[in-house]
Design a protein. Sequence first.
Length: 503
Amino acid sequence: MMESQLDNAEGRALKRRCDEIEGGGSEQDKDAESARLQKSLERAQTKANYFEMIQRNEKWEYPLNIPTVDEIIESGVLGEIIEASGYNEEDGAEEKYAERRHTFLVYLRDLTVDLRRGKLINHISIDNFLVIGGVEVEISGVTWGEETLPFWQQFADALVDHKFVIDYHEGKEFYLTFDSIGLPGAVLDILGDALQQTHFHKLQFAWNNQEYWGRSNFDFVVKCIQSNPRLNRFHWSSNPFGGTSEIERLYTAINSHPSLRSMVLGDCVHYNDASLSDILRKLKSKTLEALFLFQNALSNFGPTDMSDFLAANPALKMLSIDSTPINDEDVACIAYALEQNTSLRLLSVVGVTPKLDDLYSTIFSDYSMNAVHTSNHYCYIRTSDSSGSPFDMFNRYKCPIFNMRKKIFYLLSERHRSWDNAHCFDSEGIGIKHLPNILALLKPYAEHHLSDAMDIEPYTEYYLANGGREDIEVEPLSIAYEIMRSWRMPELYNLSYKLDASD
Protein backbone atom coordinates (compact mmCIF):
# COMPACT_ATOMS: atom_id res chain seq x y z
CA MET A 1 0.00 0.00 0.00
CA MET A 2 1.35 3.41 -1.05
CA GLU A 3 4.87 2.16 -1.83
CA SER A 4 5.86 5.70 -2.77
CA GLN A 5 5.56 6.65 0.87
CA LEU A 6 8.74 4.69 1.56
CA ASP A 7 10.71 6.88 -0.81
CA ASN A 8 12.58 8.50 2.06
CA ALA A 9 15.97 8.00 3.68
CA GLU A 10 14.82 5.13 5.89
CA GLY A 11 12.95 3.36 3.11
CA ARG A 12 15.77 3.70 0.57
CA ALA A 13 18.31 2.38 3.09
CA LEU A 14 16.20 -0.70 3.82
CA LYS A 15 15.69 -1.41 0.15
CA ARG A 16 19.43 -1.11 -0.55
CA ARG A 17 20.14 -3.57 2.26
CA CYS A 18 17.62 -6.03 0.79
CA ASP A 19 19.50 -5.91 -2.51
CA GLU A 20 22.86 -6.40 -0.78
CA ILE A 21 21.94 -9.65 0.99
CA GLU A 22 21.32 -11.33 -2.34
CA GLY A 23 25.03 -11.93 -2.60
CA GLY A 24 27.39 -13.66 -0.17
CA GLY A 25 26.75 -15.57 3.06
CA SER A 26 24.99 -18.87 3.75
CA GLU A 27 21.38 -19.48 2.83
CA GLN A 28 20.44 -19.63 6.51
CA ASP A 29 22.05 -16.26 7.17
CA LYS A 30 20.36 -14.81 4.13
CA ASP A 31 16.94 -16.04 5.25
CA ALA A 32 17.38 -14.66 8.77
CA GLU A 33 18.59 -11.28 7.53
CA SER A 34 15.85 -11.17 4.90
CA ALA A 35 13.17 -11.86 7.52
CA ARG A 36 14.55 -9.14 9.79
CA LEU A 37 14.64 -6.62 6.97
CA GLN A 38 11.16 -7.57 5.83
CA LYS A 39 9.88 -6.82 9.32
CA SER A 40 11.68 -3.49 9.27
CA LEU A 41 10.14 -2.67 5.90
CA GLU A 42 6.66 -3.51 7.21
CA ARG A 43 7.23 -1.34 10.26
CA ALA A 44 8.41 1.53 8.07
CA GLN A 45 5.31 1.14 5.89
CA THR A 46 3.10 1.21 9.02
CA LYS A 47 4.70 4.46 10.15
CA ALA A 48 4.31 5.96 6.69
CA ASN A 49 0.62 5.02 6.56
CA TYR A 50 0.03 6.48 10.03
CA PHE A 51 1.64 9.86 9.28
CA GLU A 52 -0.06 10.03 5.89
CA MET A 53 -3.44 9.55 7.63
CA ILE A 54 -2.61 12.25 10.20
CA GLN A 55 -1.65 14.67 7.42
CA ARG A 56 -4.69 13.82 5.31
CA ASN A 57 -7.13 14.44 8.19
CA GLU A 58 -5.38 17.44 9.71
CA LYS A 59 -8.01 19.87 8.44
CA TRP A 60 -10.88 17.42 8.15
CA GLU A 61 -14.25 18.80 9.26
CA TYR A 62 -17.37 16.88 10.19
CA PRO A 63 -19.69 17.10 7.15
CA LEU A 64 -23.07 16.62 8.86
CA ASN A 65 -25.23 19.00 10.87
CA ILE A 66 -26.51 17.71 14.21
CA PRO A 67 -30.29 18.31 14.48
CA THR A 68 -31.39 20.29 17.52
CA VAL A 69 -33.83 18.90 20.08
CA ASP A 70 -36.67 20.92 18.51
CA GLU A 71 -35.80 19.69 15.02
CA ILE A 72 -35.82 16.06 16.22
CA ILE A 73 -39.25 16.57 17.81
CA GLU A 74 -40.63 18.32 14.73
CA SER A 75 -39.42 15.54 12.44
CA GLY A 76 -41.86 13.13 14.10
CA VAL A 77 -39.37 10.25 14.10
CA LEU A 78 -39.91 9.62 17.83
CA GLY A 79 -43.64 8.95 17.59
CA GLU A 80 -43.42 5.13 17.59
CA ILE A 81 -40.84 5.20 20.39
CA ILE A 82 -43.07 7.29 22.62
CA GLU A 83 -46.07 5.08 21.91
CA ALA A 84 -44.13 1.89 22.65
CA SER A 85 -42.79 3.31 25.91
CA GLY A 86 -46.27 3.88 27.34
CA TYR A 87 -45.70 7.59 27.90
CA ASN A 88 -47.44 10.53 26.27
CA GLU A 89 -46.47 14.05 25.42
CA GLU A 90 -47.76 15.37 28.74
CA ASP A 91 -45.14 13.25 30.52
CA GLY A 92 -42.41 15.04 28.61
CA ALA A 93 -41.28 11.76 27.08
CA GLU A 94 -40.87 13.18 23.59
CA GLU A 95 -38.57 15.94 24.76
CA LYS A 96 -36.63 13.50 26.91
CA TYR A 97 -35.95 11.11 24.03
CA ALA A 98 -35.15 13.97 21.68
CA GLU A 99 -32.58 15.32 24.15
CA ARG A 100 -31.00 11.87 24.47
CA ARG A 101 -30.77 11.40 20.72
CA HIS A 102 -29.26 14.85 20.30
CA THR A 103 -26.75 14.18 23.10
CA PHE A 104 -25.70 10.92 21.51
CA LEU A 105 -25.28 12.36 18.02
CA VAL A 106 -23.06 15.13 19.45
CA TYR A 107 -21.03 12.49 21.29
CA LEU A 108 -20.74 10.35 18.14
CA ARG A 109 -19.64 13.40 16.14
CA ASP A 110 -16.91 14.35 18.63
CA LEU A 111 -15.70 10.75 18.82
CA THR A 112 -15.61 10.57 15.02
CA VAL A 113 -13.52 13.74 14.82
CA ASP A 114 -11.06 12.44 17.44
CA LEU A 115 -10.63 9.19 15.52
CA ARG A 116 -10.12 11.01 12.24
CA ARG A 117 -7.44 13.21 13.77
CA GLY A 118 -5.51 10.16 15.00
CA LYS A 119 -6.18 10.58 18.71
CA LEU A 120 -4.94 7.62 20.74
CA ILE A 121 -8.10 6.03 22.17
CA ASN A 122 -7.45 2.61 23.63
CA HIS A 123 -11.05 1.91 24.60
CA ILE A 124 -13.94 3.14 22.47
CA SER A 125 -17.05 2.56 24.59
CA ILE A 126 -20.58 3.36 23.44
CA ASP A 127 -23.27 2.50 25.98
CA ASN A 128 -26.41 3.88 27.58
CA PHE A 129 -24.39 6.07 29.97
CA LEU A 130 -21.91 8.40 28.26
CA VAL A 131 -19.26 10.39 30.08
CA ILE A 132 -19.32 13.88 28.60
CA GLY A 133 -17.17 16.58 30.13
CA GLY A 134 -16.61 14.40 33.20
CA VAL A 135 -20.37 14.01 33.73
CA GLU A 136 -22.27 10.74 33.21
CA VAL A 137 -25.24 11.26 30.88
CA GLU A 138 -27.98 8.66 30.32
CA ILE A 139 -29.18 7.91 26.79
CA SER A 140 -31.31 4.81 27.55
CA GLY A 141 -34.07 4.10 25.06
CA VAL A 142 -32.44 5.81 22.09
CA THR A 143 -33.07 3.92 18.84
CA TRP A 144 -31.82 4.51 15.35
CA GLY A 145 -33.83 4.99 12.19
CA GLU A 146 -32.66 5.56 8.64
CA GLU A 147 -32.19 9.27 9.34
CA THR A 148 -29.26 8.42 11.67
CA LEU A 149 -27.39 6.11 9.28
CA PRO A 150 -25.20 8.91 7.78
CA PHE A 151 -23.85 9.62 11.28
CA TRP A 152 -23.02 5.94 11.79
CA GLN A 153 -21.36 5.88 8.37
CA GLN A 154 -19.10 8.77 9.34
CA PHE A 155 -18.19 6.92 12.54
CA ALA A 156 -17.44 3.72 10.61
CA ASP A 157 -15.21 5.61 8.15
CA ALA A 158 -13.32 7.03 11.12
CA LEU A 159 -12.89 3.49 12.49
CA VAL A 160 -11.22 2.55 9.22
CA ASP A 161 -8.72 5.38 9.70
CA HIS A 162 -8.25 4.26 13.31
CA LYS A 163 -6.67 1.12 11.88
CA PHE A 164 -3.49 3.10 11.23
CA VAL A 165 -3.41 4.26 14.86
CA ILE A 166 -3.76 0.69 16.11
CA ASP A 167 -1.08 -0.61 13.76
CA TYR A 168 1.30 2.22 14.63
CA HIS A 169 1.03 1.78 18.41
CA GLU A 170 2.40 -1.74 18.37
CA GLY A 171 2.21 -3.41 21.78
CA LYS A 172 -0.88 -1.52 22.98
CA GLU A 173 -4.31 -3.15 23.13
CA PHE A 174 -7.45 -1.52 21.73
CA TYR A 175 -11.05 -2.26 22.72
CA LEU A 176 -14.43 -1.50 21.17
CA THR A 177 -17.58 -1.86 23.30
CA PHE A 178 -21.29 -1.48 22.53
CA ASP A 179 -23.20 -2.04 25.77
CA SER A 180 -26.95 -1.54 26.36
CA ILE A 181 -27.45 0.35 23.15
CA GLY A 182 -29.66 -0.74 20.26
CA LEU A 183 -27.89 -1.73 17.05
CA PRO A 184 -30.29 -2.45 14.19
CA GLY A 185 -29.21 -4.50 11.20
CA ALA A 186 -28.51 -1.46 9.02
CA VAL A 187 -26.06 -0.10 11.61
CA LEU A 188 -24.38 -3.49 11.93
CA ASP A 189 -23.89 -3.64 8.17
CA ILE A 190 -22.10 -0.29 8.32
CA LEU A 191 -19.95 -1.25 11.32
CA GLY A 192 -19.21 -4.71 9.96
CA ASP A 193 -17.45 -3.40 6.88
CA ALA A 194 -15.23 -1.20 9.07
CA LEU A 195 -14.42 -3.91 11.64
CA GLN A 196 -13.26 -6.30 8.94
CA GLN A 197 -10.53 -3.75 8.17
CA THR A 198 -9.80 -2.34 11.64
CA HIS A 199 -8.73 -5.09 14.02
CA PHE A 200 -9.36 -4.44 17.70
CA HIS A 201 -7.98 -6.72 20.39
CA LYS A 202 -11.33 -6.90 22.20
CA LEU A 203 -14.89 -6.58 20.93
CA GLN A 204 -17.89 -6.48 23.25
CA PHE A 205 -21.60 -6.51 22.40
CA ALA A 206 -24.15 -6.69 25.23
CA TRP A 207 -27.84 -5.86 25.54
CA ASN A 208 -28.13 -4.54 22.00
CA ASN A 209 -31.93 -4.99 21.79
CA GLN A 210 -32.63 -8.57 20.85
CA GLU A 211 -35.39 -7.69 18.37
CA TYR A 212 -32.68 -6.31 16.09
CA TRP A 213 -30.61 -9.49 16.08
CA GLY A 214 -31.79 -11.90 13.43
CA ARG A 215 -29.94 -14.73 11.77
CA SER A 216 -28.81 -12.46 8.95
CA ASN A 217 -27.10 -10.20 11.48
CA PHE A 218 -25.22 -13.15 12.92
CA ASP A 219 -22.96 -12.88 9.87
CA PHE A 220 -21.64 -9.72 11.52
CA VAL A 221 -20.38 -11.64 14.57
CA VAL A 222 -18.76 -14.48 12.65
CA LYS A 223 -17.07 -12.12 10.19
CA CYS A 224 -15.72 -9.96 13.03
CA ILE A 225 -14.00 -13.02 14.49
CA GLN A 226 -12.84 -14.63 11.26
CA SER A 227 -11.45 -11.44 9.71
CA ASN A 228 -9.51 -10.33 12.80
CA PRO A 229 -6.37 -12.36 13.62
CA ARG A 230 -5.51 -9.85 16.35
CA LEU A 231 -8.70 -10.49 18.37
CA ASN A 232 -8.01 -12.04 21.78
CA ARG A 233 -11.26 -11.30 23.66
CA PHE A 234 -14.82 -11.45 22.36
CA HIS A 235 -17.86 -10.68 24.53
CA TRP A 236 -21.39 -11.54 23.43
CA SER A 237 -24.15 -11.40 26.05
CA SER A 238 -27.90 -10.82 26.23
CA ASN A 239 -28.12 -11.04 22.45
CA PRO A 240 -29.96 -14.33 21.87
CA PHE A 241 -28.93 -16.72 19.15
CA GLY A 242 -31.51 -17.74 16.60
CA GLY A 243 -30.76 -21.47 16.63
CA THR A 244 -28.12 -24.17 16.67
CA SER A 245 -27.04 -23.48 13.09
CA GLU A 246 -25.75 -20.07 14.19
CA ILE A 247 -23.92 -21.60 17.12
CA GLU A 248 -22.15 -24.05 14.86
CA ARG A 249 -20.94 -21.22 12.66
CA LEU A 250 -19.58 -19.52 15.74
CA TYR A 251 -17.75 -22.70 16.82
CA THR A 252 -16.04 -22.88 13.45
CA ALA A 253 -14.81 -19.29 13.80
CA ILE A 254 -13.58 -19.84 17.37
CA ASN A 255 -11.91 -23.19 16.75
CA SER A 256 -9.87 -21.86 13.82
CA HIS A 257 -8.91 -18.53 15.38
CA PRO A 258 -5.15 -18.14 16.02
CA SER A 259 -5.21 -15.85 19.08
CA LEU A 260 -8.66 -15.82 20.76
CA ARG A 261 -8.11 -16.30 24.51
CA SER A 262 -11.36 -15.21 26.19
CA MET A 263 -14.94 -15.79 25.05
CA VAL A 264 -18.16 -14.62 26.71
CA LEU A 265 -21.41 -16.25 25.54
CA GLY A 266 -23.77 -15.10 28.29
CA ASP A 267 -27.57 -15.21 28.22
CA CYS A 268 -27.65 -16.06 24.54
CA VAL A 269 -28.73 -19.73 24.40
CA HIS A 270 -32.39 -20.04 25.25
CA TYR A 271 -34.59 -23.11 25.54
CA ASN A 272 -34.81 -25.24 22.40
CA ASP A 273 -31.80 -23.48 20.89
CA ALA A 274 -29.14 -25.97 21.99
CA SER A 275 -28.06 -28.15 24.87
CA LEU A 276 -24.83 -27.90 26.81
CA SER A 277 -23.69 -31.14 25.24
CA ASP A 278 -23.80 -29.45 21.81
CA ILE A 279 -21.48 -26.72 23.01
CA LEU A 280 -19.11 -29.07 24.80
CA ARG A 281 -18.81 -31.45 21.86
CA LYS A 282 -18.11 -28.84 19.21
CA LEU A 283 -15.91 -26.24 20.87
CA LYS A 284 -12.29 -27.30 20.32
CA SER A 285 -9.90 -24.39 20.63
CA LYS A 286 -6.14 -24.57 21.15
CA THR A 287 -5.92 -20.96 22.38
CA LEU A 288 -9.06 -20.36 24.49
CA GLU A 289 -8.16 -19.72 28.15
CA ALA A 290 -11.47 -18.40 29.56
CA LEU A 291 -15.03 -19.30 28.62
CA PHE A 292 -18.11 -17.69 30.21
CA LEU A 293 -21.45 -19.45 29.63
CA PHE A 294 -23.49 -17.73 32.35
CA GLN A 295 -27.30 -17.46 32.38
CA ASN A 296 -27.89 -19.88 29.53
CA ALA A 297 -30.46 -22.67 29.21
CA LEU A 298 -27.74 -25.31 29.31
CA SER A 299 -28.11 -28.79 30.75
CA ASN A 300 -28.43 -32.50 29.96
CA PHE A 301 -24.95 -33.49 28.88
CA GLY A 302 -23.46 -36.96 28.80
CA PRO A 303 -21.21 -38.47 31.47
CA THR A 304 -17.97 -37.78 29.58
CA ASP A 305 -18.91 -34.61 27.69
CA MET A 306 -17.28 -32.28 30.22
CA SER A 307 -14.07 -34.30 30.49
CA ASP A 308 -13.87 -34.61 26.69
CA PHE A 309 -14.45 -30.85 26.41
CA LEU A 310 -11.61 -30.02 28.81
CA ALA A 311 -9.30 -32.41 26.96
CA ALA A 312 -10.22 -30.82 23.61
CA ASN A 313 -9.50 -27.31 24.97
CA PRO A 314 -6.14 -27.79 26.70
CA ALA A 315 -5.44 -24.07 27.21
CA LEU A 316 -8.69 -23.47 29.14
CA LYS A 317 -8.02 -22.08 32.63
CA MET A 318 -11.43 -20.61 33.56
CA LEU A 319 -14.97 -21.82 32.96
CA SER A 320 -18.12 -20.02 34.16
CA ILE A 321 -21.58 -21.62 34.13
CA ASP A 322 -23.12 -19.21 36.65
CA SER A 323 -26.91 -19.16 36.97
CA THR A 324 -27.27 -22.05 34.57
CA PRO A 325 -29.98 -24.69 35.23
CA ILE A 326 -27.71 -27.70 35.58
CA ASN A 327 -28.99 -30.71 37.54
CA ASP A 328 -27.50 -33.27 39.94
CA GLU A 329 -26.37 -35.52 37.08
CA ASP A 330 -24.59 -32.59 35.46
CA VAL A 331 -22.76 -31.85 38.72
CA ALA A 332 -21.62 -35.49 38.89
CA CYS A 333 -20.29 -35.23 35.32
CA ILE A 334 -18.38 -32.05 36.16
CA ALA A 335 -16.91 -33.71 39.25
CA TYR A 336 -15.77 -36.67 37.16
CA ALA A 337 -14.14 -34.31 34.67
CA LEU A 338 -12.20 -32.51 37.40
CA GLU A 339 -10.85 -35.84 38.64
CA GLN A 340 -9.12 -36.23 35.28
CA ASN A 341 -8.10 -32.61 34.66
CA THR A 342 -5.12 -30.57 35.87
CA SER A 343 -5.36 -27.51 33.61
CA LEU A 344 -8.60 -25.80 34.70
CA ARG A 345 -7.84 -23.32 37.51
CA LEU A 346 -11.25 -21.71 38.13
CA LEU A 347 -14.76 -23.12 37.82
CA SER A 348 -17.54 -20.63 38.63
CA VAL A 349 -20.94 -22.11 39.51
CA VAL A 350 -22.52 -19.12 41.28
CA GLY A 351 -26.30 -19.30 41.32
CA VAL A 352 -26.72 -22.95 40.36
CA THR A 353 -29.37 -24.89 42.31
CA PRO A 354 -28.13 -28.50 42.76
CA LYS A 355 -26.12 -29.62 45.76
CA LEU A 356 -22.40 -29.53 45.07
CA ASP A 357 -21.26 -32.37 47.34
CA ASP A 358 -19.69 -34.26 44.44
CA LEU A 359 -17.62 -31.21 43.49
CA TYR A 360 -16.50 -30.71 47.08
CA SER A 361 -15.39 -34.35 47.33
CA THR A 362 -13.39 -33.95 44.15
CA ILE A 363 -11.26 -31.11 45.48
CA PHE A 364 -11.12 -32.38 49.07
CA SER A 365 -11.82 -36.04 49.70
CA ASP A 366 -11.10 -36.35 53.41
CA TYR A 367 -11.79 -39.99 54.21
CA SER A 368 -8.08 -40.84 54.14
CA MET A 369 -4.65 -39.29 53.65
CA ASN A 370 -4.31 -40.98 50.27
CA ALA A 371 -7.70 -39.63 49.20
CA VAL A 372 -6.60 -36.10 50.09
CA HIS A 373 -3.38 -36.61 48.16
CA THR A 374 -5.24 -37.69 45.00
CA SER A 375 -7.85 -34.89 45.14
CA ASN A 376 -7.86 -32.12 42.55
CA HIS A 377 -5.40 -29.47 43.81
CA TYR A 378 -5.58 -27.27 40.70
CA CYS A 379 -9.13 -25.92 40.32
CA TYR A 380 -10.70 -23.36 42.66
CA ILE A 381 -14.50 -23.60 42.63
CA ARG A 382 -16.40 -20.35 43.12
CA THR A 383 -19.91 -20.99 44.40
CA SER A 384 -20.93 -17.59 45.76
CA ASP A 385 -20.25 -13.90 45.28
CA SER A 386 -19.81 -13.60 49.05
CA SER A 387 -17.64 -15.36 51.60
CA GLY A 388 -18.77 -18.26 53.73
CA SER A 389 -18.67 -21.16 51.29
CA PRO A 390 -16.70 -24.28 52.27
CA PHE A 391 -15.14 -24.13 48.81
CA ASP A 392 -13.42 -20.89 49.82
CA MET A 393 -10.94 -22.91 51.89
CA PHE A 394 -9.25 -24.88 49.13
CA ASN A 395 -7.30 -24.50 45.88
CA ARG A 396 -6.83 -20.78 46.11
CA TYR A 397 -3.07 -21.00 45.68
CA LYS A 398 -1.67 -21.07 42.16
CA CYS A 399 0.72 -23.83 43.19
CA PRO A 400 -1.05 -27.22 43.49
CA ILE A 401 1.60 -28.47 45.94
CA PHE A 402 0.71 -25.66 48.35
CA ASN A 403 -2.97 -26.53 47.98
CA MET A 404 -2.28 -30.18 48.76
CA ARG A 405 -0.20 -29.32 51.84
CA LYS A 406 -2.92 -27.08 53.22
CA LYS A 407 -5.54 -29.83 52.83
CA ILE A 408 -3.36 -32.44 54.53
CA PHE A 409 -2.65 -30.18 57.48
CA TYR A 410 -6.33 -29.28 57.65
CA LEU A 411 -7.22 -33.00 57.87
CA LEU A 412 -4.60 -33.58 60.58
CA SER A 413 -5.99 -30.59 62.48
CA GLU A 414 -9.57 -31.86 62.32
CA ARG A 415 -8.52 -35.32 63.50
CA HIS A 416 -6.47 -33.77 66.28
CA ARG A 417 -9.60 -32.24 67.80
CA SER A 418 -10.83 -35.72 68.69
CA TRP A 419 -7.29 -37.04 69.32
CA ASP A 420 -7.82 -39.41 66.42
CA ASN A 421 -4.74 -39.15 64.20
CA ALA A 422 -3.08 -42.30 65.56
CA HIS A 423 -6.22 -44.39 65.09
CA CYS A 424 -6.65 -43.12 61.52
CA PHE A 425 -3.01 -43.85 60.66
CA ASP A 426 -3.52 -47.44 61.78
CA SER A 427 -6.75 -47.89 59.83
CA GLU A 428 -5.15 -46.43 56.70
CA GLY A 429 -2.15 -48.77 56.91
CA ILE A 430 0.41 -46.02 57.48
CA GLY A 431 3.39 -47.76 59.06
CA ILE A 432 5.56 -46.61 61.92
CA LYS A 433 8.46 -46.16 59.53
CA HIS A 434 6.70 -43.04 58.17
CA LEU A 435 6.69 -41.33 61.59
CA PRO A 436 9.93 -39.31 61.06
CA ASN A 437 8.63 -37.97 57.74
CA ILE A 438 5.24 -37.07 59.25
CA LEU A 439 6.83 -35.16 62.11
CA ALA A 440 9.28 -33.41 59.79
CA LEU A 441 6.55 -32.23 57.42
CA LEU A 442 4.14 -30.88 60.02
CA LYS A 443 5.70 -27.41 60.27
CA PRO A 444 6.21 -26.73 56.51
CA TYR A 445 2.71 -28.04 55.76
CA ALA A 446 1.27 -25.76 58.43
CA GLU A 447 2.69 -22.76 56.56
CA HIS A 448 0.11 -23.36 53.82
CA HIS A 449 -2.80 -23.88 56.19
CA LEU A 450 -5.69 -21.43 56.10
CA SER A 451 -4.77 -19.49 59.23
CA ASP A 452 -1.24 -18.57 58.12
CA ALA A 453 -1.53 -17.27 54.59
CA MET A 454 -5.18 -16.52 53.94
CA ASP A 455 -8.05 -14.57 55.41
CA ILE A 456 -9.57 -16.74 58.11
CA GLU A 457 -12.93 -14.97 58.37
CA PRO A 458 -14.80 -16.73 55.52
CA TYR A 459 -13.96 -20.12 56.96
CA THR A 460 -14.78 -19.05 60.52
CA GLU A 461 -18.26 -17.94 59.45
CA TYR A 462 -18.92 -21.23 57.70
CA TYR A 463 -17.44 -23.32 60.52
CA LEU A 464 -19.47 -21.63 63.24
CA ALA A 465 -22.66 -21.76 61.17
CA ASN A 466 -22.25 -25.53 61.01
CA GLY A 467 -21.71 -26.11 64.72
CA GLY A 468 -17.92 -25.90 64.69
CA ARG A 469 -15.52 -24.34 67.14
CA GLU A 470 -14.12 -20.85 66.84
CA ASP A 471 -10.55 -21.80 67.75
CA ILE A 472 -9.81 -23.48 64.44
CA GLU A 473 -6.07 -22.81 64.48
CA VAL A 474 -4.00 -25.84 65.46
CA GLU A 475 -0.26 -25.61 66.04
CA PRO A 476 1.89 -28.32 64.41
CA LEU A 477 3.54 -29.00 67.77
CA SER A 478 0.16 -30.01 69.22
CA ILE A 479 -0.33 -32.58 66.47
CA ALA A 480 3.22 -33.88 66.97
CA TYR A 481 2.58 -34.23 70.72
CA GLU A 482 -0.65 -36.15 70.07
CA ILE A 483 1.03 -38.56 67.66
CA MET A 484 3.99 -39.19 69.94
CA ARG A 485 1.70 -39.81 72.92
CA SER A 486 -0.81 -42.11 71.29
CA TRP A 487 0.60 -43.85 68.22
CA ARG A 488 2.06 -47.29 68.81
CA MET A 489 4.16 -46.38 71.80
CA PRO A 490 5.29 -50.00 72.52
CA GLU A 491 6.52 -50.34 68.97
CA LEU A 492 8.38 -47.06 69.26
CA TYR A 493 10.11 -48.17 72.48
CA ASN A 494 10.96 -51.50 70.89
CA LEU A 495 12.35 -49.83 67.79
CA SER A 496 14.42 -47.47 69.95
CA TYR A 497 15.82 -50.42 71.97
CA LYS A 498 16.85 -52.27 68.82
CA LEU A 499 18.55 -49.18 67.44
CA ASP A 500 20.51 -48.72 70.69
CA ALA A 501 21.51 -52.39 70.67
CA SER A 502 22.74 -52.18 67.09
CA ASP A 503 24.93 -49.23 67.97
